[in-house]
Design a protein around this ligand. Structure first.
Ligand code: BG6
Length: 490
C-alpha cells in the first residue's frame, strides 16, 4: 500500500468521549507501532470543553497506557502525540464550522495531507445529522482531487424509518462510497476468518447446508452489566445494541453464499441476500420464538434496575434468545438460534454448527448417547476453530466417545491479534469499505428488527427474570428444549 494514499487528517467529533480514549487513540498508537500510519497524518479531536493540547494529550496518554495492546514506548508515543490537536467547538453551533475549516487547512498545509479527511462521528446518534449537515453547508465534505470520508458509529437510526431519514441526510453530503458505517465486530479477526474457513476448505463448504446441518447457534455473552451507559442503553436494549448489528452480521457471514469475487460489493451483495431472506415473523411467531430477559441482583452485583441512570421500573431487556429461519434453498428448515446478553457467566462469542446425526444403525444401537459432530468458530476471547467428532476409545472393547480438536490462534505466546478498530481505521484510510455495513444491509436488518420490536412493545414481561451471572431466563433453555436441542457452552 502506497502510504501517500493514507495521508489524511482524522477529525474526531467526540474527542473527549469514551470511545476516543478506549478505542480510537489506542488503535492509532498500535497502527503507528506497526508502521502503518503515514508520516503525513494528524488528528484533530473536537470537544466542547476548553482544554489545551498539552492537557488533552496527557489524558490520551493515560488511556493509551491502559487500553493499547502494545506497551507504550515514549519515543513512539511522542511521535503520535505531537500530531494530535484538541479543538474546542460546540458542534451544535453551526457558526463555528468556518473557523474549523481554516484550522484544518492550516494543518493540511503543515502535514501535507493533500486535503484528505476522515470525519469520525464518535458522538451520540442525535448529533449525526447536525454535524454532517454543517460539514456539508460549509463545503467541507468534498474537495476535487482529495478524499473526504465519514465514519458513523452505531446505532444507525432507532428503527427503519429513522435510519432511512438519517441515511437520506447523509447521502446529501457524502456518497455511499464515502460513508463508513461501523460495526466493530466486522473488524474482529475471526469474523474476517469466517469466509476463509468456509470458502478455502473442501471440508466445510460442501456440507454447509440443510442436508447436513441440524442447526446453528450464534451466541455472544458478556460478564459486564450496563456499566456507565445507562442513558443510551435504556433506549436501545439488547435488541438494538447487539442484535440489529453485531449478531445479524455474524449470521450473515455464517449463512451467505460464496461471493463471485472478493471485492467489497460482491461480498456485501451476498450478505444482503441473507438479511433479505430472514423470515418475517408473525406476532404469534415472535411471541413463541423470541425470549427476553433482564438481569436481577446476585449477591454484591446490582440488578439492572439498580444501575446508574436506569429507571427502577425499567422494562429494557439485557438478554435475548431467538430462533430464526432463513428462507432460501441452502437453509430452509435449519433453525438459527441466537443468544446474547449482559451479566452472563462468561465473556464469549461463538458460532456453533451442529451437524445432523448419522443414521441410527451400527454404533447407535449400542451407544444411544452418541454425541453430534460440532464445528465451533470461536470469535472471542479465544480465536480459533474447535471440532468435535466420535472416535473409538483405545481398549479391547469398541467404545465410541466424543473427541475434540481445538485450534486456537491467539493462545500461543507472541500472538497478539489487532484490535477491531485498528483494522477498521486503516481500512477507512485506504478506502476499503468491505468491513463496513452498506446501506441496504442496515435497511434489511431494521426491517427484521422492527417486526420484533413492534410485538415486544405490546408485551408485559415480569422483569427481572434472570440472576446476574447465569445463562438468562429459563425460557431461553426451553426455546431449544422444545425442539429437542440444548445450548452448547463450549
Ligand atoms: C457494543 C455494545 O457495540 O459492543 C456494547 O454497544 C457491548 O453494549 C459491546 O458491550 C461488545 O463488544 P465486544 O467487542 O466487547 O464483544
Amino acid at each position: 500500500m502506497n502510504k501517500d494514499q493514507l495521508s489524511s487528517i482524522m477529525v474526531i467529533f467526540g474527542g473527549t468521549g469514551d470511545l476516543t480514549h478506549r478505542k480510537l487513540i489506542p488503535a492509532l498508537y498500535n497502527l503507528l507501532n506497526e508502521n502503518k500510519l503515514p508520516p503525513s497524518f494528524a488528528v484533530v479531536a473536537i470537544g466542547r470543553r476548553d482544554k489545551t493540547n498539552e492537557e488533552y494529550r496527557k489524558d490520551l496518554k493515560e488511556a493509551a497506557q491502559k487500553f493499547s495492546r502494545f506497551k507504550i514506548q515514549e519515543e513512539k508515543w511522542a511521535d503520535l502525540e505531537k500530531r494530535i490537536y484538541y479543538y474546542s467547538l460546540n458542534f451544535m453551533d453551526g457558526e463555528g464550522y468556518p473557523d474549523l475549516e481554516i484550522y484544518l487547512r492550516e494543518l493540511e498545509n503543515k502535514y501535507k495531507t493533500q486535503g484528505n479527511r476522515m470525519y469520525y462521528l464518535a458522538v451520540a446518534p442525535e448529533y449525526f445529522e447536525v454535524i454532517v449537515g454543517d460539514l456539508h453547508k460549509n463545503q467541507m465534505t468534498e474537495k476535487e482531487g482529495s478524499w473526504r470520508r465519514v465514519v458513523i458509529e452505531k446505532p444507525f437510526g432507532q428503527d427503519l424509518e429513522s435510519a432511512q431519514y438519517l441515511n437520506h441526510k447523509i447521502t446529501h453530503a457524502f456518497s455511499e462510497e464515502n460513508t463508513y458505517r461501523i460495526d466493530h465486530y466486522l473488524g474482529k479477526e475471526m469474523l474476517q476468518n469466517i469466509m476463509v474457513i468456509r470458502f478455502a476448505n473442501a471440508f466445510f463448504e460442501p456440507i454447509w447446508n440443510n442436508k447436513y446441518i441440524d442447526h446453528i447457534q450464534i451466541s455472544s455473552s458478556e460478564v459486564v452489566g450496563v456499566e456507565e451507559r445507562g442513558g443510551y442503553y435504556e433506549k436501545a436494549g439488547v435488541l438494538k445494541d447487539m442484535l440489529q448489528n453485531h449478531m445479524l452480521q455474524l449470521l450473515a457471514l455464517t449463512a451467505m453464499e460464496p461471493p463471485v469475487r472478493l471485492d467489497t460489493q460482491s461480498i456485501r451483495d451476498e450478505k444482503v441476500k441473507v438479511l433479505k431472506g430472514l423470515q418475517q415473523m408473525s406476532t404469534e411467531e415472535v411471541k413463541a420464538n423470541v425470549i427476553w430477559g433482564q438481569y436481577g441482583a446476585a449477591g454484591e452485583i446490582k440488578g439492572y434496575r439498580e444501575e446508574n441512570r436506569i429507571s427502577p421500573e425499567s422494562n429494557t431487556e439485557t438478554f435475548m434468545a431467538l430462533k430464526v429461519q432463513i428462507e432460501n434453498f441452502r437453509w430452509s428448515g435449519v433453525p438459527f438460534y441466537i443468544r446474547t446478553g449482559k451479566r452472563m457467566p462468561t465473556k464469549s462469542t461463538e458460532i456453533i454448527v451442529q451437524f445432523k446425526s448419522m443414521p441410527k444403525i451400527l454404533y447407535w444401537q449400542e451407544y444411544e448417547d452418541l454425541q453430534p459432530n460440532l464445528l465451533v468458530i470461536r470469535v472471542q476471547p479465544m480465536e480459533g476453530v474447535f471440532m468435535q467428532f466420535n472416535a473409538k476409545q483405545p481398549g479391547t472393547e469398541t467404545q465410541v466417545v466424543p473427541v475434540q480438536m481445538d485450534f486456537c490462534q491467539n493462545c500461543h505466546i507472541g500472538s497478539n491479534s489487532p484490535e477491531a478498530y485498528e483494522r477498521l481505521l486503516y481500512d477507512v484510510m485506504r478506502g476499503d469499505s468491505t468491513l463496513f455495513t452498506r446501506w441496504d444491509e442496515v435497511e434489511y436488518s431494521w426491517r427484521f428488527i422492527d417486526t420484533i420490536a413492534k410485538v415486544r412493545k405490546e408485551m408485559n414481561i415480569d422483569f427481572p427474570n434472570y440472576e446476574a451471572g447465569t445463562w438468562g431466563p429459563k425460557k431461553a433453555q426451553e426455546l431449544l428444549q422444545k425442539d429437542g436441542r440444548e445450548w452448547w457452552n463450549i
